[in-house]
Design a protein around this ligand. Sequence first.
Ligand code: N01
Length: 537
Amino acid sequence: MATRETRELDAVVVGAGFAGLYMLLQLRDVLGLEAVVFETGDGVGGTWFWNRYPGARCDSESFYYCYSFSEELAQEWEWSSRYPEQPEILRYLNHVADRFDLRPDIQLETRVTSAAFQEESGRWRVETDRGDVVSARFLITAVGCLSASNVPEIEGLESFEGEWYHTGRWPHEPVDFRGKRVGLIGTGSSGIQAAPVIAAEARQLTVFQRTPNFTVPARNAPLDARRQREIKEGYDDIWRLTRETDGGFPYKPVERSALDHTKEERDAVFEELWREGGFKFMWGSFRDVLRDKKANATAAEFIREKIRATVKDPEVARKLLPTDHPYGSKRPPIDTDYYVTFNRDNVTLVDIRESPIVAITPNGVKTSDGHHDLDVIVFATGFDAMTGSLLRIDIRGVGGETLAEHWEAGPRTYLGLQVAGFPNLFTITGPGSPSVLVNMPVCIEQHVEWIADCIRHLRASGRQRIEASPEAEAEWVEHVYEASKQTLFWEARSWYLGANIPGKPRVFMPYPGGMTGYRARCDEVAEKGYEGFVLGG
Ligand code: N01
């Protein structure tokens, strides 16, 4: 394990979530390197360690929201339900850490504070808040795309006399809402999962909504023995499909266009998928829902009709109707009983576009048209996505340039894997990679394996250094921008664009060109001797 003296290692991995655990396994057990993982939390699990809020569960289905690299692991692990709750996913990741004996090389409760590239040695000097100083050839970030939680600066928060929490930094001890008046700020995926669960327990729930969201029912259910068997027997097919599809989902892409069908025909398709539940509504309905405004409008209107039909009070229903962005241009949530929650007597919806939050007071939230008395405030206000978790580490590359300086006008990477001027730094699911637009474990495994192959290649060819060229980086940044222009993503103020963080540059951060093309491009780059990278040493 790491000590407080300077250690010489082959690699440092930052973060022990899905990405960090598998990266360690590849580095240590496949490549035979000496590596350490530094993890801030006092347990492994990353996102699934921190996001313990009520109702937190995966909104991808369990049978493909997991690792595929070990068939034995897949065969022996049994998911209880279609969408497992956060504790079950955390148990899975702990099982992985134990099963592959990863813990001896993971140092918990340790935040990496700085990493500086040493030009003379070609190594990274990494420091932590526990006083560790490590020298490593490779620095690999596995910090997660949605890890730097965003608590908005609202005047008076420090004066609030009740309890307040952020969904992404939820306490380990249960939070007791019984008999309490709870304010929930934010209606993204987290808020939409949390609202029904809090409403069922609290005396009163007040939901402060800035942007109404489109959400589709999850239809969670236990996995019965027959389904368990199908999943295990289907291992090869499932994972082949996830590698062949743009979203990393094991569903064959649909060919039909929403515009070639009558409203009745379209609605029949949407209705069937609404009943089935989950992301398939988006991927498996019509091929152009996410690409064509008119096609998108048909799905959006179908969901709005569902809201009108579900929510009894027409004024509340009106407030819940999303009208200012296309469906899917913000990351679409999946819910369990979200809209129906607004029929409860103990739930109030406050539209903070109509009556903005003015301040937090010692006993609640003051809006432009009144005061809401609260005992607890839950911020479901999201994250400084994709860049926040990297930029809070003081990372310095060649010539002492900081990553913050390099990314002043928005993140710049080559393939989302490397940054020009930061040799031997790899960013798993970094900005510029499909990452958050794709089933995460699929793109994590692709990155980890690509990075491991790259390091293997370097060692086999006697090289010690790899760095994205500024030209390749510039071309990739342009390519990501051009690909994003073909989509509807620019039509929303979303965290994909950094629009949720005041002052953050508006850059479309993930790569929207699809996982299959992206995977092929990464493979081609490697086959061509790491085209676009400069290899040295
Ligand atoms: O965060 P969000 P999230 N005042 O940014 C509002 C993943 N995830 O934690 O839309 C008032 O989506 C904000 O309003 P607006 C998933 O990728 C996965 O919910 O910006 N309100 C919005 O309503 C997801 O996309 C799972 O106008 C403010 C909300 O807060 C990502 O994490 C579960 C505000 C933030 O929504 C983030 O989701 C949960 C302010 N100052 C999350 N600032 C799975 O199940 C922000 N808001 C796998």
